[in-house]
Write a protein that binds this ligand. Structure first.
Ligand code: HAM
Length: 413
Protein backbone atom coordinates (compact mmCIF):
# COMPACT_ATOMS: atom_id res chain seq x y z
CA UNK A 1 0.00 0.00 0.00
CA UNK A 2 1.45 3.37 -1.02
CA UNK A 3 0.60 6.28 1.27
CA UNK A 4 0.46 10.00 0.50
CA UNK A 5 3.89 11.63 0.92
CA UNK A 6 4.71 12.92 4.41
CA UNK A 7 3.35 16.42 4.98
CA UNK A 8 0.61 16.15 2.33
CA UNK A 9 -3.04 15.35 2.85
CA UNK A 10 -6.17 14.40 0.97
CA UNK A 11 -8.92 16.97 1.23
CA UNK A 12 -12.06 14.86 1.52
CA UNK A 13 -15.59 16.07 0.80
CA UNK A 14 -16.49 17.81 4.07
CA UNK A 15 -13.15 19.67 4.09
CA UNK A 16 -13.54 20.46 0.42
CA UNK A 17 -16.87 22.14 1.11
CA UNK A 18 -15.23 24.24 3.79
CA UNK A 19 -12.39 25.20 1.44
CA UNK A 20 -14.94 26.22 -1.21
CA UNK A 21 -16.69 28.40 1.32
CA UNK A 22 -13.39 30.11 2.20
CA UNK A 23 -12.45 30.57 -1.46
CA UNK A 24 -15.87 31.91 -2.41
CA UNK A 25 -15.76 34.37 0.47
CA UNK A 26 -12.27 35.49 -0.61
CA UNK A 27 -13.48 35.90 -4.21
CA UNK A 28 -16.28 38.16 -3.04
CA UNK A 29 -14.32 40.23 -0.51
CA UNK A 30 -11.35 40.76 -2.84
CA UNK A 31 -13.55 41.59 -5.86
CA UNK A 32 -15.30 44.24 -3.77
CA UNK A 33 -11.91 45.92 -3.26
CA UNK A 34 -11.04 45.64 -6.98
CA UNK A 35 -8.62 42.69 -6.88
CA UNK A 36 -8.61 40.33 -9.89
CA UNK A 37 -7.52 36.72 -9.81
CA UNK A 38 -4.23 35.56 -11.33
CA UNK A 39 -3.02 31.96 -11.75
CA UNK A 40 0.70 31.37 -12.12
CA UNK A 41 2.66 28.11 -12.60
CA UNK A 42 3.21 25.78 -9.68
CA UNK A 43 6.89 25.43 -10.58
CA UNK A 44 9.24 28.20 -11.61
CA UNK A 45 12.91 28.71 -12.46
CA UNK A 46 14.81 28.15 -9.20
CA UNK A 47 16.62 31.48 -9.60
CA UNK A 48 13.32 33.31 -9.16
CA UNK A 49 13.06 32.16 -5.55
CA UNK A 50 16.79 32.55 -4.85
CA UNK A 51 16.51 36.18 -5.87
CA UNK A 52 13.05 36.96 -4.48
CA UNK A 53 12.80 35.07 -1.20
CA UNK A 54 16.52 35.52 -0.45
CA UNK A 55 19.47 33.14 -0.31
CA UNK A 56 19.82 33.70 3.43
CA UNK A 57 16.21 32.74 4.22
CA UNK A 58 15.24 29.39 5.78
CA UNK A 59 12.90 28.77 2.85
CA UNK A 60 15.69 28.89 0.28
CA UNK A 61 18.27 27.24 2.52
CA UNK A 62 16.34 24.31 3.85
CA UNK A 63 12.84 24.07 2.48
CA UNK A 64 12.68 24.18 -1.30
CA UNK A 65 11.61 21.28 -3.50
CA UNK A 66 14.15 21.77 -6.27
CA UNK A 67 14.76 19.36 -9.14
CA UNK A 68 16.33 19.17 -12.58
CA UNK A 69 13.97 18.47 -15.46
CA UNK A 70 14.92 16.28 -18.41
CA UNK A 71 16.72 19.21 -20.03
CA UNK A 72 18.76 19.82 -16.85
CA UNK A 73 16.91 23.04 -15.99
CA UNK A 74 16.73 23.74 -12.28
CA UNK A 75 13.09 24.15 -11.31
CA UNK A 76 11.43 24.62 -7.92
CA UNK A 77 7.92 23.90 -6.69
CA UNK A 78 6.80 27.33 -5.52
CA UNK A 79 7.27 27.81 -1.76
CA UNK A 80 5.12 30.99 -1.85
CA UNK A 81 3.09 33.03 -4.32
CA UNK A 82 4.57 36.55 -4.37
CA UNK A 83 7.64 35.76 -6.49
CA UNK A 84 5.55 34.15 -9.26
CA UNK A 85 3.03 37.00 -9.29
CA UNK A 86 5.85 39.55 -9.56
CA UNK A 87 7.49 37.57 -12.37
CA UNK A 88 4.13 37.43 -14.19
CA UNK A 89 3.65 41.18 -13.63
CA UNK A 90 7.01 41.93 -15.26
CA UNK A 91 6.83 39.33 -18.03
CA UNK A 92 3.30 40.28 -19.12
CA UNK A 93 3.99 44.06 -18.92
CA UNK A 94 1.03 44.42 -16.59
CA UNK A 95 2.15 47.85 -15.44
CA UNK A 96 0.87 49.29 -18.72
CA UNK A 97 -2.68 48.28 -17.83
CA UNK A 98 -3.01 50.99 -15.17
CA UNK A 99 -1.48 51.11 -11.72
CA UNK A 100 -1.88 49.95 -9.06
CA UNK A 101 -2.35 46.43 -10.34
CA UNK A 102 -4.37 44.54 -7.75
CA UNK A 103 -4.18 40.75 -7.97
CA UNK A 104 -5.16 37.80 -5.81
CA UNK A 105 -4.30 34.13 -6.08
CA UNK A 106 -4.93 30.76 -4.49
CA UNK A 107 -3.24 27.42 -4.77
CA UNK A 108 -0.75 24.91 -3.44
CA UNK A 109 2.69 25.89 -2.13
CA UNK A 110 5.51 23.55 -1.10
CA UNK A 111 8.02 23.76 1.73
CA UNK A 112 10.12 20.95 3.13
CA UNK A 113 9.26 21.68 6.76
CA UNK A 114 8.77 19.38 9.73
CA UNK A 115 5.07 18.50 9.49
CA UNK A 116 2.80 19.12 12.49
CA UNK A 117 -0.74 20.44 13.07
CA UNK A 118 -1.17 23.47 10.82
CA UNK A 119 2.20 22.93 9.12
CA UNK A 120 2.49 20.81 5.98
CA UNK A 121 4.85 20.24 3.09
CA UNK A 122 2.12 20.87 0.56
CA UNK A 123 -0.15 23.59 1.85
CA UNK A 124 -2.46 26.11 0.24
CA UNK A 125 -2.43 29.87 0.31
CA UNK A 126 -4.84 32.60 -0.64
CA UNK A 127 -2.94 35.80 -1.17
CA UNK A 128 -3.14 39.22 -2.70
CA UNK A 129 -0.64 41.69 -4.09
CA UNK A 130 -1.08 45.38 -4.95
CA UNK A 131 1.71 46.51 -7.26
CA UNK A 132 2.66 50.00 -8.38
CA UNK A 133 1.87 52.30 -5.47
CA UNK A 134 3.94 53.41 -2.50
CA UNK A 135 0.95 54.98 -0.76
CA UNK A 136 0.47 53.71 2.80
CA UNK A 137 -3.26 53.87 2.08
CA UNK A 138 -2.86 50.81 -0.10
CA UNK A 139 -1.16 49.01 2.81
CA UNK A 140 -4.31 49.87 4.74
CA UNK A 141 -6.53 48.60 1.91
CA UNK A 142 -4.56 45.32 1.87
CA UNK A 143 -4.68 44.82 5.66
CA UNK A 144 -8.36 45.75 5.67
CA UNK A 145 -9.10 43.19 2.93
CA UNK A 146 -7.44 40.47 5.03
CA UNK A 147 -9.39 41.47 8.13
CA UNK A 148 -12.60 41.70 6.13
CA UNK A 149 -12.13 38.15 4.85
CA UNK A 150 -11.50 36.77 8.34
CA UNK A 151 -14.48 38.73 9.70
CA UNK A 152 -16.75 37.43 6.93
CA UNK A 153 -15.72 33.92 7.94
CA UNK A 154 -16.78 34.84 11.50
CA UNK A 155 -13.36 34.19 13.00
CA UNK A 156 -12.73 35.56 16.46
CA UNK A 157 -9.71 35.60 18.82
CA UNK A 158 -7.57 37.20 16.14
CA UNK A 159 -4.80 39.71 16.80
CA UNK A 160 -3.08 41.88 14.23
CA UNK A 161 0.63 42.47 14.86
CA UNK A 162 2.45 45.13 12.87
CA UNK A 163 5.99 46.45 12.66
CA UNK A 164 7.94 48.66 10.32
CA UNK A 165 11.29 47.57 8.95
CA UNK A 166 11.75 51.15 7.68
CA UNK A 167 13.24 52.04 4.33
CA UNK A 168 16.58 50.64 3.16
CA UNK A 169 18.54 53.49 4.73
CA UNK A 170 17.01 53.13 8.19
CA UNK A 171 17.23 49.37 8.02
CA UNK A 172 20.92 49.34 7.04
CA UNK A 173 21.77 51.58 10.02
CA UNK A 174 19.69 49.38 12.30
CA UNK A 175 21.20 46.13 11.02
CA UNK A 176 24.72 47.48 11.65
CA UNK A 177 23.84 48.36 15.24
CA UNK A 178 22.03 45.06 15.77
CA UNK A 179 24.95 43.09 14.35
CA UNK A 180 27.37 44.78 16.74
CA UNK A 181 25.09 43.87 19.65
CA UNK A 182 24.77 40.27 18.41
CA UNK A 183 28.48 39.74 17.82
CA UNK A 184 29.12 40.76 21.43
CA UNK A 185 26.91 37.90 22.71
CA UNK A 186 27.75 35.39 19.98
CA UNK A 187 28.95 32.57 22.26
CA UNK A 188 25.78 32.76 24.39
CA UNK A 189 23.18 32.10 21.64
CA UNK A 190 21.98 29.04 19.69
CA UNK A 191 23.82 27.73 16.62
CA UNK A 192 21.10 28.92 14.26
CA UNK A 193 21.46 32.48 15.56
CA UNK A 194 25.26 32.29 15.23
CA UNK A 195 24.69 31.70 11.51
CA UNK A 196 21.81 34.17 11.24
CA UNK A 197 23.80 37.04 12.73
CA UNK A 198 26.30 36.72 9.89
CA UNK A 199 23.86 36.42 7.00
CA UNK A 200 20.57 37.91 8.17
CA UNK A 201 20.78 39.43 11.67
CA UNK A 202 17.11 40.55 11.72
CA UNK A 203 16.07 36.89 11.77
CA UNK A 204 17.70 36.46 15.20
CA UNK A 205 14.87 38.59 16.60
CA UNK A 206 12.23 35.95 15.96
CA UNK A 207 14.35 33.04 17.25
CA UNK A 208 12.10 30.60 19.11
CA UNK A 209 14.70 29.73 21.81
CA UNK A 210 13.58 31.34 25.08
CA UNK A 211 17.09 31.85 26.41
CA UNK A 212 18.05 33.77 23.24
CA UNK A 213 14.84 35.79 23.35
CA UNK A 214 15.69 36.96 26.86
CA UNK A 215 19.12 38.14 25.68
CA UNK A 216 17.58 39.97 22.72
CA UNK A 217 15.39 42.06 25.02
CA UNK A 218 18.46 44.28 25.44
CA UNK A 219 18.99 44.60 21.65
CA UNK A 220 18.71 48.03 20.00
CA UNK A 221 15.16 48.76 18.83
CA UNK A 222 14.35 49.39 15.19
CA UNK A 223 12.18 52.46 15.80
CA UNK A 224 15.26 54.30 17.13
CA UNK A 225 16.68 54.11 13.60
CA UNK A 226 13.70 55.26 11.49
CA UNK A 227 14.37 58.31 9.33
CA UNK A 228 11.62 60.89 8.71
CA UNK A 229 10.14 59.02 5.74
CA UNK A 230 10.00 55.67 7.57
CA UNK A 231 8.50 57.29 10.66
CA UNK A 232 5.82 59.18 8.69
CA UNK A 233 4.72 56.17 6.67
CA UNK A 234 4.35 54.01 9.77
CA UNK A 235 2.40 56.76 11.56
CA UNK A 236 -0.07 57.02 8.65
CA UNK A 237 -0.63 53.25 8.79
CA UNK A 238 -1.15 53.21 12.55
CA UNK A 239 -3.59 56.12 12.51
CA UNK A 240 -5.35 54.63 9.47
CA UNK A 241 -5.89 51.36 11.35
CA UNK A 242 -7.30 53.30 14.29
CA UNK A 243 -9.69 55.13 11.96
CA UNK A 244 -10.84 51.76 10.58
CA UNK A 245 -11.28 50.49 14.16
CA UNK A 246 -8.82 47.69 13.47
CA UNK A 247 -7.01 46.87 16.70
CA UNK A 248 -3.28 46.19 16.42
CA UNK A 249 -0.16 45.60 18.47
CA UNK A 250 3.25 46.86 17.44
CA UNK A 251 5.73 43.99 17.76
CA UNK A 252 9.28 45.16 17.14
CA UNK A 253 10.48 41.58 16.86
CA UNK A 254 8.19 40.91 13.89
CA UNK A 255 10.64 40.66 10.98
CA UNK A 256 9.03 37.94 8.76
CA UNK A 257 10.81 34.95 7.26
CA UNK A 258 11.26 36.25 3.72
CA UNK A 259 13.91 38.79 2.77
CA UNK A 260 11.98 41.08 0.45
CA UNK A 261 10.20 43.31 2.95
CA UNK A 262 10.56 46.95 3.86
CA UNK A 263 8.39 49.44 5.74
CA UNK A 264 5.22 47.90 7.19
CA UNK A 265 5.04 44.15 7.86
CA UNK A 266 2.13 42.42 9.57
CA UNK A 267 0.82 39.10 10.80
CA UNK A 268 -2.55 37.97 12.10
CA UNK A 269 -2.40 35.33 14.80
CA UNK A 270 -5.19 33.34 16.33
CA UNK A 271 -5.32 32.39 19.94
CA UNK A 272 -6.83 28.90 19.59
CA UNK A 273 -5.65 25.44 20.65
CA UNK A 274 -6.57 23.83 17.32
CA UNK A 275 -3.55 25.41 15.62
CA UNK A 276 -1.01 24.14 18.14
CA UNK A 277 2.24 26.07 17.72
CA UNK A 278 1.26 27.42 14.28
CA UNK A 279 -0.79 30.41 15.37
CA UNK A 280 -0.05 32.68 12.38
CA UNK A 281 -2.96 32.62 9.97
CA UNK A 282 -1.91 35.46 7.67
CA UNK A 283 1.35 37.29 6.99
CA UNK A 284 2.51 39.98 4.64
CA UNK A 285 3.98 43.40 4.15
CA UNK A 286 5.45 45.92 1.76
CA UNK A 287 8.17 44.98 -0.69
CA UNK A 288 9.22 48.09 -2.59
CA UNK A 289 12.43 46.82 -4.17
CA UNK A 290 11.51 43.28 -5.25
CA UNK A 291 10.20 44.15 -8.72
CA UNK A 292 13.39 46.04 -9.56
CA UNK A 293 15.50 43.23 -8.08
CA UNK A 294 13.76 40.81 -10.44
CA UNK A 295 14.48 42.95 -13.48
CA UNK A 296 11.31 45.08 -13.72
CA UNK A 297 10.87 48.85 -13.54
CA UNK A 298 10.78 50.28 -10.03
CA UNK A 299 7.32 49.49 -8.66
CA UNK A 300 6.58 49.54 -4.96
CA UNK A 301 4.18 46.81 -3.78
CA UNK A 302 2.42 45.31 -0.79
CA UNK A 303 0.56 42.05 -0.16
CA UNK A 304 -0.20 39.14 2.12
CA UNK A 305 -0.94 35.43 2.07
CA UNK A 306 -2.95 33.27 4.41
CA UNK A 307 -2.86 29.55 5.02
CA UNK A 308 -6.02 27.76 3.91
CA UNK A 309 -5.40 24.67 6.09
CA UNK A 310 -5.01 26.86 9.17
CA UNK A 311 -8.20 28.77 8.39
CA UNK A 312 -10.10 25.52 7.82
CA UNK A 313 -8.88 24.18 11.17
CA UNK A 314 -10.12 27.33 12.88
CA UNK A 315 -13.50 27.43 11.23
CA UNK A 316 -14.28 23.73 11.59
CA UNK A 317 -16.77 21.80 9.53
CA UNK A 318 -19.65 22.45 11.94
CA UNK A 319 -19.96 26.03 10.68
CA UNK A 320 -20.98 24.87 7.24
CA UNK A 321 -24.57 25.71 6.35
CA UNK A 322 -26.45 22.45 5.90
CA UNK A 323 -27.47 21.79 2.31
CA UNK A 324 -30.94 20.30 1.86
CA UNK A 325 -30.54 16.89 0.24
CA UNK A 326 -33.31 15.07 -1.63
CA UNK A 327 -33.37 11.39 -2.64
CA UNK A 328 -35.69 9.89 -5.27
CA UNK A 329 -36.87 6.35 -4.63
CA UNK A 330 -37.87 4.79 -7.92
CA UNK A 331 -38.02 1.40 -9.64
CA UNK A 332 -36.65 2.92 -12.85
CA UNK A 333 -33.28 4.69 -12.69
CA UNK A 334 -33.71 6.42 -16.04
CA UNK A 335 -37.08 7.93 -14.97
CA UNK A 336 -35.45 8.96 -11.68
CA UNK A 337 -32.61 10.71 -13.55
CA UNK A 338 -35.16 12.59 -15.67
CA UNK A 339 -36.97 13.82 -12.56
CA UNK A 340 -33.68 14.65 -10.80
CA UNK A 341 -32.57 16.71 -13.80
CA UNK A 342 -35.86 18.65 -13.79
CA UNK A 343 -35.71 19.36 -10.04
CA UNK A 344 -32.02 20.35 -10.14
CA UNK A 345 -32.69 22.78 -13.00
CA UNK A 346 -35.97 24.24 -11.82
CA UNK A 347 -35.45 24.32 -8.04
CA UNK A 348 -31.65 24.40 -7.85
CA UNK A 349 -31.84 21.44 -5.47
CA UNK A 350 -29.32 18.76 -4.54
CA UNK A 351 -31.05 15.58 -5.81
CA UNK A 352 -29.75 12.00 -5.92
CA UNK A 353 -31.24 8.62 -6.71
CA UNK A 354 -30.33 4.94 -6.86
CA UNK A 355 -28.47 3.71 -9.96
CA UNK A 356 -28.99 -0.01 -9.37
CA UNK A 357 -32.82 -0.27 -9.38
CA UNK A 358 -32.46 -1.70 -5.85
CA UNK A 359 -35.40 -2.88 -3.79
CA UNK A 360 -37.58 -0.15 -2.22
CA UNK A 361 -36.45 -1.01 1.34
CA UNK A 362 -32.78 -0.86 0.41
CA UNK A 363 -33.19 2.54 -1.22
CA UNK A 364 -34.99 3.90 1.83
CA UNK A 365 -32.24 2.56 4.11
CA UNK A 366 -29.62 4.24 1.93
CA UNK A 367 -31.43 7.58 2.12
CA UNK A 368 -31.66 7.34 5.92
CA UNK A 369 -28.06 6.23 6.34
CA UNK A 370 -26.71 9.04 4.19
CA UNK A 371 -28.70 11.65 6.05
CA UNK A 372 -31.00 12.83 3.28
CA UNK A 373 -33.58 15.40 4.33
CA UNK A 374 -36.43 14.26 2.11
CA UNK A 375 -37.40 11.36 -0.08
CA UNK A 376 -39.60 11.48 -3.18
CA UNK A 377 -41.53 8.29 -4.00
CA UNK A 378 -41.60 7.91 -7.75
CA UNK A 379 -42.57 4.29 -8.38
CA UNK A 380 -44.57 2.87 -11.26
CA UNK A 381 -47.91 3.43 -9.47
CA UNK A 382 -47.11 7.13 -8.97
CA UNK A 383 -45.84 7.54 -12.52
CA UNK A 384 -49.04 6.03 -13.93
CA UNK A 385 -51.19 8.33 -11.82
CA UNK A 386 -48.94 11.33 -12.63
CA UNK A 387 -48.43 12.02 -8.92
CA UNK A 388 -45.61 11.96 -6.37
CA UNK A 389 -45.16 10.87 -2.77
CA UNK A 390 -42.89 12.77 -0.38
CA UNK A 391 -41.50 12.05 3.07
CA UNK A 392 -39.60 14.60 5.15
CA UNK A 393 -37.20 12.34 7.00
CA UNK A 394 -36.31 14.73 9.83
CA UNK A 395 -39.93 15.44 10.85
CA UNK A 396 -41.45 12.15 9.64
CA UNK A 397 -44.20 14.03 7.74
CA UNK A 398 -45.56 12.12 4.78
CA UNK A 399 -47.49 13.43 1.75
CA UNK A 400 -49.25 11.39 -0.94
CA UNK A 401 -50.72 11.98 -4.40
CA UNK A 402 -49.04 15.35 -4.91
CA UNK A 403 -49.10 17.09 -8.25
CA UNK A 404 -45.76 18.46 -9.52
CA UNK A 405 -46.45 22.06 -8.44
CA UNK A 406 -47.32 21.05 -4.87
CA UNK A 407 -44.32 18.70 -4.76
CA UNK A 408 -42.04 21.61 -5.67
CA UNK A 409 -43.56 23.84 -2.99
CA UNK A 410 -43.08 21.19 -0.32
CA UNK A 411 -39.53 20.33 -1.44
CA UNK A 412 -38.49 23.93 -0.89
CA UNK A 413 -40.14 24.27 2.53
P1 HAM B 1 4.41 33.41 4.80
O1 HAM B 1 4.33 34.08 6.14
O2 HAM B 1 5.60 32.59 4.53
O3 HAM B 1 4.29 34.58 3.73
O4 HAM B 1 3.13 32.52 4.57
C1 HAM B 1 1.82 33.06 4.70
C2 HAM B 1 0.90 32.09 5.42
O5 HAM B 1 0.95 30.81 4.78
C3 HAM B 1 1.31 31.79 6.87
O6 HAM B 1 0.85 32.80 7.73
C4 HAM B 1 0.61 30.47 7.10
O7 HAM B 1 -0.76 30.67 7.42
C5 HAM B 1 0.71 29.79 5.75
N1 HAM B 1 1.81 28.82 5.75
C6 HAM B 1 3.12 29.05 5.55
N2 HAM B 1 3.84 27.90 5.61
C7 HAM B 1 2.96 26.92 5.86
C8 HAM B 1 3.05 25.49 6.01
N3 HAM B 1 4.21 24.85 5.91
N4 HAM B 1 1.91 24.79 6.25
C9 HAM B 1 0.72 25.42 6.34
N5 HAM B 1 0.57 26.75 6.19
C10 HAM B 1 1.65 27.50 5.95
C11 HAM B 1 4.35 34.39 2.39
O8 HAM B 1 4.29 33.34 1.84
C12 HAM B 1 4.40 35.71 1.62
N6 HAM B 1 4.46 35.38 0.19
C13 HAM B 1 3.21 36.58 1.94
C14 HAM B 1 3.22 37.87 1.18
C15 HAM B 1 2.48 38.17 0.10
N7 HAM B 1 3.96 38.93 1.45
C16 HAM B 1 3.71 39.88 0.57
N8 HAM B 1 2.85 39.42 -0.27
Amino acid sequence: MINAPRGTQDILSAQSKLWSLIEKTAEKVFAQAGFNEIRTPIFEDTNLFLRAVGEASDIVNKEMYTFLDKSERSLTLRPEGTAGVVRAFIENHLEHTGKPIKLWYRGPMFRYERPQTGRYRQFHQIGLEAIGSASPHIDLEVINSGMQLLDSLKLTNLTLYINSLGNKNSRTNYINALQQFLFAIKDKVCDDCKRRMEVNPLRCLDCKVEHDQNLYKQAPKIHEFYDEESKNIFEIIKSGLEKLSIKYHVDENLVRGLDYYDHCVFEIKCDSDVLGAQSTVLGGGRYDKLIEDLGGNPNPAVGFALGLERLALLIGENQLAEEKKTFIISDDSSEALLLAKKLRNELDLNVEFDYENSKFKKQLEKALKRNFDQVIFFLESERQAGTFGLKKLKSNQEFKELDFKRLCELLLE
